[in-house]
Ligand binder design. Structure first.
Ligand code: F6P
Length: 324
């Protein structure tokens, strides 16, 4: 391996810049060339490349987003698209890739690596934390802090007006953001995609909260929650059960994806970036570099993508106890 390409793909996440920086600096340390690929797999197809050296990544560790930009490329899902991408890499003399992103990014990477026998290593980056084999994905910790800060503010106004707030957080298939931010911000109830009894639980909790003398409440709802109702319909539904509730809805949206990465995410990005370059140098391919019990681990990309959804039962128990 003498020339490594690096790209970010899919939904962005705070810490992506810090990961690119670590990859570039590790290449520099080991005297490998590093090529930045702009706009993810689409840029790979179009040959949108730039040589990066240690100084190219100054002042990026603290910045949210990704300076290499990100896309969800439809063309890369086609055989022709991937062939074009391979031609571009050959022409530029790139002999291995580090792809930073979530399950869609890894799926594309597996296809590409299988078709062209091309070495690829993945770094998990998504605020959803829905990748298997790593305890944390890049951006998740920062997003949690953003959500908790926002809910703290909502709590102030909820309490002043004796209101019930429904707060929607991101998480298409995974309730990690909802469950952790819900506990951290002291929510009365938390609805997550992995559980179906959400709405009944919620009504029960609201009754209990009222009976115990609570005058305001916060319910955290993951966007992928599976009651079949969107958050505004949920608010209406609660109002139909008890019209005394003064309900407001707040959808936090994409503020969760932005902002300066937390120190945790910066350190994680640095460890995984260095780990990715070292894995490629060791001849590894089709693995994700993850963190498990503080150790950097190598997980087959297929496993990272395909694992079963996991609900942390202990967290759910703690949430139930602390919201009485
Ligand atoms: O995968 C991360 C995520 O933030 C999801 O939680 C959310 O559903 C999705 O991306 C939104 O993506 P976009 O607005 O970029 O299409």
């Amino acid at each position: 391996i003498s020339k490594i390409g690096v790209l970010t793909s899919g939904g962005d996440a705070p810490g992506m810049n810090a990961a690119i920086r670590a990859v570039v600096r590790a290449c520099s340390y080991y005297q490998l060339e590093c090529i930045g690929v702009y706009r993810g797999y689409q840029g790979l197809i179009e040959g949108d490349f730039e040589k990066l050296d240690a100084r190219s990544v100054r002042n990026v560790i603290n910045r949210g987003g990704t300076f290499l930009k990100s896309t969800r490329s439809l063309e890369f899902k086609t055989k022709e698209g991937r062939k074009k991408a391979h031609d571009q890499l050959k022409e530029a003399g790139v002999d291995a890739l580090v792809v930073i992103g979530g399950d869609g990014t890894f799926t594309g990477g597996v296809f590409f690596s299988d078709e062209f026998n091309f070495p690829i290593v993945g770094i998990p980056a998504t605020i959803d934390n829905d990748i298997h084999g790593t305890d944390y994905t890049l951006g998740y910790d920062t997003a949690l802090n953003t959500v908790v800060e926002a809910i703290d503010k909502i709590r102030d106004t909820a309490s002043s007006h004796n209101r019930l707030f429904l707060v929607e957080v991101m998480g298409r298939d995974a309730g990690d953001i909802a469950l952790n931010s819900g506990i951290g911000a002291g929510a009365e109830e938390i609805l997550i995609p992995e559980e179906t009894a959400g709405v009944e639980r919620m009504l029960e909790s609201l009754k209990k909260s009222k009976a115990s003398g609570k005058t305001s409440s916060i319910i955290v709802v993951a966007e992928g929650e599976r009651s079949g109702k969107n958050i505004f319909q949920l608010a209406e539904f609660i109002h139909e059960q008890d019209e005394n509730y003064d309900i407001r809805v707040s959808v936090l949206g994409h503020i969760q994806r932005g902002g300066s990465p937390s120190c945790f995410d910066r350190v994680l990005a640095s460890k995984l970036g260095v780990g990715a370059v070292e894995a490629l140098m060791d001849g590894k391919t089709k693995v994700m570099i993850g963190l498990h019990h503080q150790d950097v681990v190598h997980v087959p990309l297929e496993t990272a993508i395909k694992g079963e959804p996991k609900v942390d039962k202990e967290l759910r128990r703690v949430a139930d106890i602390t919201s009485v």
